[in-house]
Design a binder for this molecule. Structure first.
Ligand SMILES: Cc1cc2nc3c(=O)[nH]c(=O)nc-3n(C[C@H](O)[C@H](O)[C@H](O)COP(=O)(O)OP(=O)(O)OC[C@H]3O[C@@H](n4cnc5c(N)ncnc54)[C@H](O)[C@@H]3O)c2cc1C
Length: 454
Protein backbone atom coordinates (compact mmCIF):
# COMPACT_ATOMS: atom_id res chain seq x y z
CA UNK A 1 0.00 0.00 0.00
CA UNK A 2 2.97 2.27 0.61
CA UNK A 3 3.44 2.07 -3.16
CA UNK A 4 -0.10 3.40 -3.79
CA UNK A 5 0.31 6.28 -1.32
CA UNK A 6 3.76 7.11 -2.74
CA UNK A 7 2.46 7.08 -6.28
CA UNK A 8 -0.45 9.38 -5.33
CA UNK A 9 1.92 11.68 -3.43
CA UNK A 10 4.01 12.07 -6.60
CA UNK A 11 0.90 13.04 -8.59
CA UNK A 12 -0.94 15.17 -6.00
CA UNK A 13 1.63 16.29 -3.42
CA UNK A 14 1.11 15.61 0.28
CA UNK A 15 -1.87 17.86 0.98
CA UNK A 16 -4.88 15.74 -0.06
CA UNK A 17 -3.63 12.50 1.51
CA UNK A 18 -4.98 11.69 4.98
CA UNK A 19 -1.90 10.26 6.69
CA UNK A 20 -3.05 9.93 10.32
CA UNK A 21 -4.23 6.30 10.55
CA UNK A 22 -6.85 7.00 13.21
CA UNK A 23 -8.39 9.76 11.15
CA UNK A 24 -8.08 7.66 8.00
CA UNK A 25 -9.97 4.85 9.74
CA UNK A 26 -13.00 7.14 10.15
CA UNK A 27 -13.11 7.48 6.35
CA UNK A 28 -13.01 3.73 5.87
CA UNK A 29 -16.54 3.05 7.13
CA UNK A 30 -20.07 4.29 6.54
CA UNK A 31 -23.17 4.16 8.79
CA UNK A 32 -23.87 0.44 8.27
CA UNK A 33 -23.70 -1.19 11.69
CA UNK A 34 -21.11 -3.86 10.82
CA UNK A 35 -18.66 -1.61 8.98
CA UNK A 36 -14.99 -2.13 10.03
CA UNK A 37 -11.91 -0.53 8.41
CA UNK A 38 -9.78 -2.87 6.27
CA UNK A 39 -6.03 -3.14 6.98
CA UNK A 40 -4.72 -1.63 3.78
CA UNK A 41 -6.26 1.49 2.19
CA UNK A 42 -5.34 5.06 1.28
CA UNK A 43 -7.57 8.10 1.81
CA UNK A 44 -7.52 11.09 -0.54
CA UNK A 45 -9.58 14.20 0.19
CA UNK A 46 -9.83 15.68 -3.31
CA UNK A 47 -9.40 19.46 -3.39
CA UNK A 48 -10.81 19.89 -6.88
CA UNK A 49 -11.76 18.07 -10.05
CA UNK A 50 -8.09 17.88 -11.10
CA UNK A 51 -7.34 15.70 -8.04
CA UNK A 52 -10.20 13.37 -9.01
CA UNK A 53 -8.87 13.13 -12.57
CA UNK A 54 -5.34 12.34 -11.32
CA UNK A 55 -6.56 9.65 -8.88
CA UNK A 56 -8.73 7.92 -11.49
CA UNK A 57 -5.93 8.04 -14.05
CA UNK A 58 -3.44 6.51 -11.61
CA UNK A 59 -5.94 3.93 -10.35
CA UNK A 60 -6.88 2.82 -13.86
CA UNK A 61 -3.25 2.51 -14.93
CA UNK A 62 -2.40 0.26 -11.97
CA UNK A 63 -5.75 -1.50 -11.45
CA UNK A 64 -6.30 -0.01 -7.97
CA UNK A 65 -9.89 -0.06 -6.60
CA UNK A 66 -11.43 3.36 -5.91
CA UNK A 67 -14.24 4.01 -3.41
CA UNK A 68 -15.93 7.36 -4.17
CA UNK A 69 -17.22 8.92 -0.98
CA UNK A 70 -19.36 11.74 0.39
CA UNK A 71 -20.45 12.04 4.04
CA UNK A 72 -20.47 8.24 4.75
CA UNK A 73 -24.12 8.13 5.88
CA UNK A 74 -24.87 5.12 3.62
CA UNK A 75 -26.55 2.29 5.54
CA UNK A 76 -25.52 -0.49 3.14
CA UNK A 77 -21.70 -0.53 3.19
CA UNK A 78 -21.65 1.24 -0.21
CA UNK A 79 -19.13 3.86 0.96
CA UNK A 80 -16.83 1.51 2.93
CA UNK A 81 -13.17 1.08 2.00
CA UNK A 82 -12.13 -2.32 0.69
CA UNK A 83 -8.74 -4.00 1.03
CA UNK A 84 -6.10 -2.20 -1.09
CA UNK A 85 -8.48 0.59 -2.18
CA UNK A 86 -8.16 4.34 -2.53
CA UNK A 87 -10.99 6.09 -0.69
CA UNK A 88 -11.68 9.18 -2.80
CA UNK A 89 -13.59 11.62 -0.62
CA UNK A 90 -15.14 14.60 -2.46
CA UNK A 91 -16.68 16.55 0.45
CA UNK A 92 -14.42 19.54 -0.39
CA UNK A 93 -15.85 19.96 -3.91
CA UNK A 94 -18.33 22.57 -2.77
CA UNK A 95 -19.42 25.04 -5.46
CA UNK A 96 -23.04 26.27 -5.24
CA UNK A 97 -24.50 28.59 -7.84
CA UNK A 98 -28.25 29.21 -8.21
CA UNK A 99 -29.82 30.58 -11.41
CA UNK A 100 -33.34 31.73 -10.45
CA UNK A 101 -34.30 32.48 -14.06
CA UNK A 102 -33.52 28.98 -15.34
CA UNK A 103 -34.75 27.62 -11.98
CA UNK A 104 -31.73 25.44 -11.39
CA UNK A 105 -28.60 25.15 -9.24
CA UNK A 106 -25.11 23.97 -10.14
CA UNK A 107 -23.85 22.13 -7.06
CA UNK A 108 -20.55 20.53 -6.05
CA UNK A 109 -20.97 16.94 -4.79
CA UNK A 110 -19.69 17.91 -1.32
CA UNK A 111 -22.52 20.36 -0.59
CA UNK A 112 -24.67 19.03 2.26
CA UNK A 113 -28.31 18.57 1.17
CA UNK A 114 -29.61 20.95 3.88
CA UNK A 115 -27.22 23.67 2.61
CA UNK A 116 -28.69 23.45 -0.89
CA UNK A 117 -32.22 23.56 0.52
CA UNK A 118 -31.39 26.63 2.62
CA UNK A 119 -29.68 28.45 -0.29
CA UNK A 120 -32.65 27.75 -2.59
CA UNK A 121 -35.11 29.00 0.07
CA UNK A 122 -33.22 32.31 0.25
CA UNK A 123 -34.24 33.07 -3.34
CA UNK A 124 -37.82 31.78 -2.99
CA UNK A 125 -37.06 28.37 -4.51
CA UNK A 126 -37.16 24.82 -3.18
CA UNK A 127 -35.00 21.71 -3.58
CA UNK A 128 -37.47 18.99 -2.49
CA UNK A 129 -35.50 15.74 -1.86
CA UNK A 130 -35.53 15.28 1.89
CA UNK A 131 -33.68 12.23 3.25
CA UNK A 132 -33.87 11.95 7.05
CA UNK A 133 -30.05 12.42 6.98
CA UNK A 134 -30.51 15.82 5.24
CA UNK A 135 -28.29 17.68 7.74
CA UNK A 136 -25.26 15.49 7.06
CA UNK A 137 -25.48 13.69 3.69
CA UNK A 138 -24.09 15.26 0.51
CA UNK A 139 -25.59 15.94 -2.90
CA UNK A 140 -22.98 13.64 -4.49
CA UNK A 141 -24.06 10.80 -2.17
CA UNK A 142 -27.73 11.57 -2.85
CA UNK A 143 -27.13 11.39 -6.60
CA UNK A 144 -25.14 8.15 -6.31
CA UNK A 145 -27.90 6.50 -4.21
CA UNK A 146 -30.90 8.25 -5.81
CA UNK A 147 -31.88 9.27 -2.27
CA UNK A 148 -35.53 9.65 -1.34
CA UNK A 149 -36.90 10.70 2.04
CA UNK A 150 -40.03 12.02 3.68
CA UNK A 151 -41.55 14.15 0.93
CA UNK A 152 -41.43 11.74 -2.05
CA UNK A 153 -45.19 11.16 -2.13
CA UNK A 154 -45.62 14.65 -3.56
CA UNK A 155 -42.17 15.55 -4.89
CA UNK A 156 -40.46 12.33 -5.98
CA UNK A 157 -36.81 11.34 -5.48
CA UNK A 158 -33.38 12.80 -6.34
CA UNK A 159 -33.55 11.47 -9.93
CA UNK A 160 -36.57 13.70 -10.54
CA UNK A 161 -34.42 16.81 -9.99
CA UNK A 162 -31.02 15.97 -11.54
CA UNK A 163 -30.84 17.23 -15.12
CA UNK A 164 -27.09 17.13 -15.87
CA UNK A 165 -23.91 15.72 -14.35
CA UNK A 166 -20.18 16.08 -14.72
CA UNK A 167 -18.53 12.74 -14.08
CA UNK A 168 -14.88 11.67 -14.09
CA UNK A 169 -14.52 8.15 -15.51
CA UNK A 170 -11.85 5.53 -14.76
CA UNK A 171 -8.71 6.71 -16.56
CA UNK A 172 -9.54 10.35 -15.81
CA UNK A 173 -11.73 11.20 -18.79
CA UNK A 174 -14.40 13.83 -18.07
CA UNK A 175 -17.97 13.15 -19.24
CA UNK A 176 -20.86 15.62 -19.18
CA UNK A 177 -24.37 14.11 -19.29
CA UNK A 178 -27.89 15.43 -19.70
CA UNK A 179 -29.19 18.88 -20.50
CA UNK A 180 -28.79 22.37 -19.14
CA UNK A 181 -32.03 23.64 -20.69
CA UNK A 182 -35.65 23.20 -19.60
CA UNK A 183 -36.07 20.54 -22.33
CA UNK A 184 -33.74 18.28 -24.31
CA UNK A 185 -33.84 14.81 -25.85
CA UNK A 186 -30.37 14.36 -27.37
CA UNK A 187 -29.34 10.72 -27.13
CA UNK A 188 -29.58 8.18 -24.32
CA UNK A 189 -30.24 9.20 -20.72
CA UNK A 190 -26.81 8.65 -19.16
CA UNK A 191 -27.73 11.00 -16.31
CA UNK A 192 -30.33 8.41 -15.30
CA UNK A 193 -27.68 5.69 -15.50
CA UNK A 194 -25.29 7.47 -13.15
CA UNK A 195 -28.03 8.43 -10.66
CA UNK A 196 -28.32 5.48 -8.28
CA UNK A 197 -25.12 3.78 -9.56
CA UNK A 198 -23.51 3.83 -6.07
CA UNK A 199 -20.06 4.93 -7.27
CA UNK A 200 -19.66 1.96 -9.63
CA UNK A 201 -19.37 3.98 -12.86
CA UNK A 202 -17.44 7.17 -12.13
CA UNK A 203 -17.04 10.05 -9.70
CA UNK A 204 -19.63 12.83 -9.86
CA UNK A 205 -17.87 16.20 -9.65
CA UNK A 206 -20.74 18.58 -10.47
CA UNK A 207 -24.53 18.29 -10.41
CA UNK A 208 -27.19 20.45 -12.06
CA UNK A 209 -30.51 20.23 -10.22
CA UNK A 210 -33.93 21.63 -11.03
CA UNK A 211 -35.55 23.80 -8.35
CA UNK A 212 -39.28 24.44 -7.85
CA UNK A 213 -41.19 27.39 -6.37
CA UNK A 214 -41.02 27.51 -2.57
CA UNK A 215 -44.04 25.95 -0.83
CA UNK A 216 -45.69 27.28 2.33
CA UNK A 217 -44.47 26.06 5.75
CA UNK A 218 -46.03 22.62 6.23
CA UNK A 219 -49.03 21.99 8.49
CA UNK A 220 -49.54 18.54 10.02
CA UNK A 221 -52.26 16.14 11.15
CA UNK A 222 -51.50 13.15 13.38
CA UNK A 223 -53.99 10.26 13.43
CA UNK A 224 -53.92 7.06 15.47
CA UNK A 225 -55.76 3.83 14.69
CA UNK A 226 -56.73 0.70 16.54
CA UNK A 227 -56.49 -1.38 13.40
CA UNK A 228 -53.81 -1.71 10.75
CA UNK A 229 -56.40 -2.02 7.99
CA UNK A 230 -58.01 1.28 8.99
CA UNK A 231 -54.62 3.04 8.87
CA UNK A 232 -53.86 1.65 5.40
CA UNK A 233 -57.39 2.61 4.25
CA UNK A 234 -56.40 6.13 5.32
CA UNK A 235 -53.15 5.96 3.30
CA UNK A 236 -54.98 4.82 0.17
CA UNK A 237 -57.70 7.46 0.51
CA UNK A 238 -55.11 10.23 0.94
CA UNK A 239 -53.22 9.09 -2.16
CA UNK A 240 -56.44 9.69 -4.11
CA UNK A 241 -56.84 13.24 -2.81
CA UNK A 242 -56.66 15.77 -5.65
CA UNK A 243 -53.91 17.59 -3.75
CA UNK A 244 -51.36 14.98 -2.71
CA UNK A 245 -49.96 15.35 0.83
CA UNK A 246 -46.35 16.57 1.03
CA UNK A 247 -45.62 13.84 3.59
CA UNK A 248 -47.42 10.70 4.71
CA UNK A 249 -45.55 8.69 7.33
CA UNK A 250 -46.61 5.39 8.88
CA UNK A 251 -45.72 3.99 12.31
CA UNK A 252 -46.62 0.47 13.41
CA UNK A 253 -47.42 -0.44 17.02
CA UNK A 254 -43.84 -1.64 17.71
CA UNK A 255 -42.36 1.66 16.45
CA UNK A 256 -44.86 3.65 18.54
CA UNK A 257 -43.92 1.60 21.63
CA UNK A 258 -40.21 2.31 20.98
CA UNK A 259 -40.88 6.05 20.70
CA UNK A 260 -43.06 6.10 23.83
CA UNK A 261 -40.30 4.23 25.70
CA UNK A 262 -38.04 7.26 25.18
CA UNK A 263 -40.62 9.85 26.34
CA UNK A 264 -44.30 10.72 26.10
CA UNK A 265 -44.91 11.90 22.54
CA UNK A 266 -48.67 11.77 22.87
CA UNK A 267 -49.41 8.40 21.27
CA UNK A 268 -52.30 6.61 23.05
CA UNK A 269 -51.37 3.28 24.66
CA UNK A 270 -52.39 0.21 22.71
CA UNK A 271 -52.85 1.90 19.36
CA UNK A 272 -52.08 -0.31 16.38
CA UNK A 273 -50.74 2.30 13.94
CA UNK A 274 -50.30 6.05 13.44
CA UNK A 275 -50.15 8.29 10.38
CA UNK A 276 -48.60 11.73 10.05
CA UNK A 277 -49.74 13.75 7.08
CA UNK A 278 -48.68 17.21 5.91
CA UNK A 279 -49.64 19.81 3.35
CA UNK A 280 -47.34 22.62 2.20
CA UNK A 281 -49.54 23.82 -0.70
CA UNK A 282 -49.11 27.55 -1.09
CA UNK A 283 -52.15 29.34 0.35
CA UNK A 284 -54.07 26.10 1.01
CA UNK A 285 -52.19 24.10 3.65
CA UNK A 286 -54.79 24.67 6.42
CA UNK A 287 -57.70 23.65 4.22
CA UNK A 288 -55.75 20.57 3.04
CA UNK A 289 -54.90 19.24 6.52
CA UNK A 290 -58.51 19.73 7.65
CA UNK A 291 -59.65 17.71 4.64
CA UNK A 292 -56.95 15.05 5.28
CA UNK A 293 -58.14 14.80 8.90
CA UNK A 294 -61.74 14.24 7.74
CA UNK A 295 -60.51 11.56 5.31
CA UNK A 296 -58.63 9.79 8.11
CA UNK A 297 -61.66 9.99 10.41
CA UNK A 298 -63.78 8.38 7.68
CA UNK A 299 -61.12 5.65 7.32
CA UNK A 300 -61.53 4.83 11.03
CA UNK A 301 -58.97 6.93 12.94
CA UNK A 302 -59.62 6.83 16.68
CA UNK A 303 -57.83 10.09 17.56
CA UNK A 304 -56.78 12.98 15.32
CA UNK A 305 -54.77 16.11 16.16
CA UNK A 306 -54.54 18.92 13.60
CA UNK A 307 -51.91 21.66 13.81
CA UNK A 308 -53.07 24.98 12.43
CA UNK A 309 -49.71 26.74 12.67
CA UNK A 310 -46.14 25.69 11.77
CA UNK A 311 -44.84 25.49 15.37
CA UNK A 312 -47.70 23.17 16.42
CA UNK A 313 -47.08 21.19 13.23
CA UNK A 314 -43.50 20.80 14.34
CA UNK A 315 -44.62 19.52 17.75
CA UNK A 316 -46.76 16.82 16.13
CA UNK A 317 -43.70 15.69 14.15
CA UNK A 318 -41.52 15.34 17.28
CA UNK A 319 -42.40 11.68 17.85
CA UNK A 320 -41.57 10.77 14.23
CA UNK A 321 -38.28 12.66 14.45
CA UNK A 322 -37.43 10.75 17.64
CA UNK A 323 -37.92 7.40 15.88
CA UNK A 324 -34.32 6.82 14.73
CA UNK A 325 -32.88 7.59 18.19
CA UNK A 326 -35.54 5.43 19.84
CA UNK A 327 -34.69 2.48 17.59
CA UNK A 328 -30.92 3.02 17.99
CA UNK A 329 -31.41 2.88 21.77
CA UNK A 330 -32.77 -0.66 21.53
CA UNK A 331 -29.33 -2.17 20.68
CA UNK A 332 -28.00 -4.02 17.62
CA UNK A 333 -30.13 -3.15 14.61
CA UNK A 334 -30.33 -3.88 10.90
CA UNK A 335 -31.79 -0.57 9.61
CA UNK A 336 -33.51 -1.75 6.46
CA UNK A 337 -35.44 -0.58 3.47
CA UNK A 338 -38.08 -2.18 1.24
CA UNK A 339 -40.95 -0.88 -0.86
CA UNK A 340 -44.25 -2.51 -1.84
CA UNK A 341 -47.23 -1.33 -3.89
CA UNK A 342 -49.13 0.96 -1.51
CA UNK A 343 -52.24 -1.23 -1.68
CA UNK A 344 -50.17 -4.14 -0.25
CA UNK A 345 -48.83 -2.14 2.72
CA UNK A 346 -51.06 -3.86 5.32
CA UNK A 347 -50.08 -7.29 3.91
CA UNK A 348 -46.40 -6.39 4.17
CA UNK A 349 -46.70 -5.21 7.78
CA UNK A 350 -48.62 -8.36 8.71
CA UNK A 351 -46.05 -10.60 7.01
CA UNK A 352 -43.30 -8.75 8.91
CA UNK A 353 -45.16 -9.31 12.18
CA UNK A 354 -45.57 -13.02 11.33
CA UNK A 355 -41.85 -13.37 10.53
CA UNK A 356 -41.03 -11.66 13.82
CA UNK A 357 -43.34 -13.99 15.81
CA UNK A 358 -42.01 -17.10 14.05
CA UNK A 359 -38.28 -16.31 14.23
CA UNK A 360 -38.23 -14.50 17.58
CA UNK A 361 -36.44 -11.53 15.91
CA UNK A 362 -37.99 -8.26 17.06
CA UNK A 363 -39.02 -6.21 14.00
CA UNK A 364 -40.44 -2.70 13.75
CA UNK A 365 -42.05 -1.51 10.51
CA UNK A 366 -42.34 2.20 9.91
CA UNK A 367 -41.45 4.79 7.29
CA UNK A 368 -42.75 6.48 4.20
CA UNK A 369 -46.14 4.75 4.15
CA UNK A 370 -47.50 7.05 1.45
CA UNK A 371 -44.96 5.52 -0.96
CA UNK A 372 -45.29 1.94 0.36
CA UNK A 373 -41.63 2.39 1.42
CA UNK A 374 -40.98 1.09 4.93
CA UNK A 375 -37.75 0.96 6.91
CA UNK A 376 -38.00 -2.28 8.87
CA UNK A 377 -35.60 -2.49 11.82
CA UNK A 378 -34.51 -5.97 12.91
CA UNK A 379 -32.97 -6.17 16.37
CA UNK A 380 -30.33 -8.45 17.83
CA UNK A 381 -27.95 -8.59 20.75
CA UNK A 382 -24.59 -7.10 19.65
CA UNK A 383 -22.70 -9.70 21.68
CA UNK A 384 -24.58 -12.62 20.13
CA UNK A 385 -23.30 -13.63 16.66
CA UNK A 386 -26.09 -16.20 16.31
CA UNK A 387 -28.65 -13.47 17.03
CA UNK A 388 -27.20 -11.39 14.21
CA UNK A 389 -27.40 -14.36 11.82
CA UNK A 390 -31.04 -14.95 12.86
CA UNK A 391 -31.77 -11.27 12.12
CA UNK A 392 -30.16 -11.63 8.68
CA UNK A 393 -32.21 -14.75 7.97
CA UNK A 394 -35.38 -12.90 9.02
CA UNK A 395 -34.37 -10.02 6.76
CA UNK A 396 -34.03 -12.40 3.79
CA UNK A 397 -37.60 -13.62 4.46
CA UNK A 398 -38.85 -10.06 4.70
CA UNK A 399 -37.22 -9.07 1.40
CA UNK A 400 -38.65 -12.16 -0.28
CA UNK A 401 -42.08 -11.15 1.06
CA UNK A 402 -41.68 -7.64 -0.39
CA UNK A 403 -40.81 -9.13 -3.81
CA UNK A 404 -43.73 -11.59 -3.65
CA UNK A 405 -46.05 -8.62 -3.04
CA UNK A 406 -44.77 -6.95 -6.22
CA UNK A 407 -42.27 -4.71 -4.41
CA UNK A 408 -38.53 -4.11 -4.33
CA UNK A 409 -35.69 -5.00 -1.94
CA UNK A 410 -34.72 -1.32 -1.66
CA UNK A 411 -36.84 1.81 -2.04
CA UNK A 412 -34.06 4.32 -1.43
CA UNK A 413 -30.98 3.08 0.45
CA UNK A 414 -29.54 1.06 -2.44
CA UNK A 415 -27.74 -2.28 -2.62
CA UNK A 416 -24.19 -1.59 -1.38
CA UNK A 417 -22.65 -4.70 0.13
CA UNK A 418 -25.53 -5.59 2.42
CA UNK A 419 -28.14 -6.43 -0.25
CA UNK A 420 -25.82 -7.80 -2.94
CA UNK A 421 -26.92 -11.43 -2.40
CA UNK A 422 -30.57 -10.50 -3.00
CA UNK A 423 -30.18 -8.38 -6.14
CA UNK A 424 -30.55 -11.40 -8.43
CA UNK A 425 -33.89 -12.22 -6.76
CA UNK A 426 -35.24 -8.93 -8.00
CA UNK A 427 -33.50 -8.48 -11.36
CA UNK A 428 -33.08 -12.10 -12.53
CA UNK A 429 -29.96 -13.34 -14.35
CA UNK A 430 -30.74 -11.83 -17.79
CA UNK A 431 -31.01 -8.27 -16.48
CA UNK A 432 -28.16 -8.70 -13.98
CA UNK A 433 -25.83 -9.84 -16.80
CA UNK A 434 -26.72 -6.78 -18.86
CA UNK A 435 -26.23 -4.45 -15.90
CA UNK A 436 -22.74 -5.92 -15.39
CA UNK A 437 -22.04 -5.41 -19.10
CA UNK A 438 -23.08 -1.74 -18.85
CA UNK A 439 -20.71 -1.25 -15.92
CA UNK A 440 -17.88 -2.91 -17.86
CA UNK A 441 -18.41 -0.46 -20.73
CA UNK A 442 -17.55 2.44 -18.43
CA UNK A 443 -15.19 0.59 -16.12
CA UNK A 444 -13.42 -2.16 -18.08
CA UNK A 445 -10.85 -2.88 -15.35
CA UNK A 446 -13.54 -2.99 -12.64
CA UNK A 447 -11.85 -0.41 -10.38
CA UNK A 448 -14.97 1.61 -9.45
CA UNK A 449 -16.26 0.61 -6.03
CA UNK A 450 -15.73 -3.13 -6.63
CA UNK A 451 -17.77 -5.50 -4.47
CA UNK A 452 -20.61 -2.99 -4.22
CA UNK A 453 -23.99 -3.61 -5.90
CA UNK A 454 -22.77 -6.55 -8.08
C1 LIG B 1 -30.01 8.50 10.16
C2 LIG B 1 -30.06 8.24 8.67
C3 LIG B 1 -31.22 8.51 7.97
C4 LIG B 1 -31.27 8.26 6.60
N1 LIG B 1 -32.42 8.57 5.93
C5 LIG B 1 -32.49 8.38 4.61
C6 LIG B 1 -33.70 8.70 3.89
O1 LIG B 1 -34.68 9.15 4.47
N2 LIG B 1 -33.71 8.49 2.57
C7 LIG B 1 -32.61 7.99 1.90
O2 LIG B 1 -32.68 7.84 0.67
N3 LIG B 1 -31.47 7.67 2.54
C8 LIG B 1 -31.37 7.85 3.88
N4 LIG B 1 -30.22 7.53 4.54
C9 LIG B 1 -29.09 6.93 3.81
C10 LIG B 1 -28.02 7.95 3.31
O3 LIG B 1 -28.06 9.14 4.06
C11 LIG B 1 -28.19 8.27 1.83
O4 LIG B 1 -27.96 7.10 1.06
C12 LIG B 1 -27.31 9.41 1.30
O5 LIG B 1 -27.68 9.70 -0.03
C13 LIG B 1 -25.80 9.11 1.33
O6 LIG B 1 -25.09 10.33 1.13
P1 LIG B 1 -23.58 10.48 1.62
O7 LIG B 1 -23.10 11.82 1.22
O8 LIG B 1 -23.44 10.16 3.04
O9 LIG B 1 -22.87 9.39 0.72
P2 LIG B 1 -21.88 8.21 1.16
O10 LIG B 1 -22.48 7.42 2.26
O11 LIG B 1 -20.52 8.75 1.39
O12 LIG B 1 -21.86 7.34 -0.18
C14 LIG B 1 -23.01 6.66 -0.60
C15 LIG B 1 -22.78 6.05 -1.98
O13 LIG B 1 -22.58 7.07 -2.92
C16 LIG B 1 -21.30 6.96 -3.57
N5 LIG B 1 -20.83 8.33 -3.76
C17 LIG B 1 -20.78 9.33 -2.85
N6 LIG B 1 -20.36 10.47 -3.44
C18 LIG B 1 -20.15 10.18 -4.75
C19 LIG B 1 -19.71 10.94 -5.88
N7 LIG B 1 -19.43 12.24 -5.81
N8 LIG B 1 -19.61 10.31 -7.08
C20 LIG B 1 -19.91 8.99 -7.21
N9 LIG B 1 -20.33 8.23 -6.18
C21 LIG B 1 -20.45 8.83 -4.97
C22 LIG B 1 -20.47 6.10 -2.63
O14 LIG B 1 -19.46 5.39 -3.33
C23 LIG B 1 -21.53 5.18 -2.07
O15 LIG B 1 -21.78 4.15 -3.01
C24 LIG B 1 -30.13 7.74 5.92
C25 LIG B 1 -28.96 7.48 6.63
C26 LIG B 1 -28.92 7.72 7.99
C27 LIG B 1 -27.64 7.44 8.73
Amino acid sequence: MRAVADRLRLRLGDAPLVRDREIAATYAVDASFWARPPVDFTVVRARDEADVVAVLDEAQAHGIPVVPQGARTALTGAACATEGSIVLNVEDLRGLDIDPVEGHARVGPGIVTAELKAAAAQVGLHYPPDPASVDSCTIGGNVATNAGGLCCIKYGVTADYVTSLEVVLPGGQRMRTGKRTAKGVAGYDLTGLVVGSEGTIGVVTSVLVRLVPAPDPALTALATFDSLDAAVRGVLALREDRHRPALLEFLDRASIAAIQAVGDFGFPTGCEAALLVQSDRAGHAAEDVDRYAATLAAAGATEIAVADNPSEADLLMRGRRMLNNALEAKGGRLAEDACVPVARLADFVRLGQDISARTGVEITLSGHGGDGNLHPSLFFDREDVDGWHRAEAALAELLRAALDLGGTITGEHGIGVQKRPYLVWELGEPELARQRAVKALFDPRGIMNPGKVF
